[in-house]
Design a protein around this ligand. Structure first.
Ligand SMILES: N[C@@H](CCC(=O)N[C@@H](CS)C(=O)NCC(=O)O)C(=O)O
Length: 201
């Protein structure tokens, strides 16, 4: 049975879309227009949380981009996973750092520059978000292993998960990667899967 993937461009589903491409597995992509009330109502019947991404693989129905990516790596792309418990711990730690620590600040900036109504936007929130994003990108710079991969010695789903959040952070402006971070990020953006998904917007 073909994997069903629900998502939309420029959203949290991007990292799952990327992961599906990295896996080279067959899947059917349904673009969900969350701004269209009728489309959203139809989608709620499939995924009651209404959030994207959402993945259906046989009897497995799951939300949460990072969890989906772990599942896809373990099931379809063992080269992006690890059989070693300590390396898996590193995959979890980096991915959760990305989604909860770094992305929290990127979303703070996003909300106060583009999402909330103008009268509720706060310069303080934007400046604090940018300051914290830079602090975390500086941590990435100092903690990147010499191998140039987050989990020593191999490219894993952790690199992909964190790169997706770094991409959002840089898009928010006012932050930059250090030389080691840039040398880690550039080859990820040059991967065929990244180029394909980026071209779709
Ligand atoms: N932590 C979730 C976040 C999912 C999420 O909030 N997705 C947004 C789009 S970026 C969404 O579906 N928003 C629609 C809604 O909240 O109804 C993940 O990483 O999958």
């Amino acid at each position: 049975m073909t994997i069903q993937f629900y998502g939309a461009p420029m959203s949290s589903s991007g990292r799952t879309h990327l992961m599906l491409e990295e896996c080279g597995v067959g899947y059917e992509y349904t673009r969900v227009n969350l701004r269209d009330a009728e489309a959203k109502a139809a989608y709620l019947a499939i995924n009651p949380t209404g959030k994207i991404p959402f993945l259906i693989d046989g009897d497995l129905r799951m939300p949460e981009s990072i969890a989906i990516n772990f599942y896809l790596a373990e099931t379809y792309a063992p080269q992006l996973w690890s059989t070693d418990a300590k390396d898996r711990a590193r995959i979890y730690a980096w991915s959760l750092w990305g989604i909860s620590t770094l992305q929290h600040e990127a979303l703070r900036v996003l909300h106060h520059t583009m999402i909330v109504p103008a009268e509720h936007r706060s310069t303080f929130e934007v400046e604090t978000g940018k300051k914290n994003m830079q602090r975390y990108l500086d941590q990435l710079e100092t903690q990147l292993p010499a191998s140039g991969f987050l989990v020593p010695d191999k490219f894993t789903v952790a690199d992909l998960n964190v790169a997706s959040v770094v991409n959002l952070s840089i898009a928010m402006g006012g932050v930059r990667l250090g030389p080691k971070g840039q040398a880690w990020f550039d080859p990820i953006k040059a991967r065929p899967a990244w180029k394909k998904i980026a071209a779709q917007g």
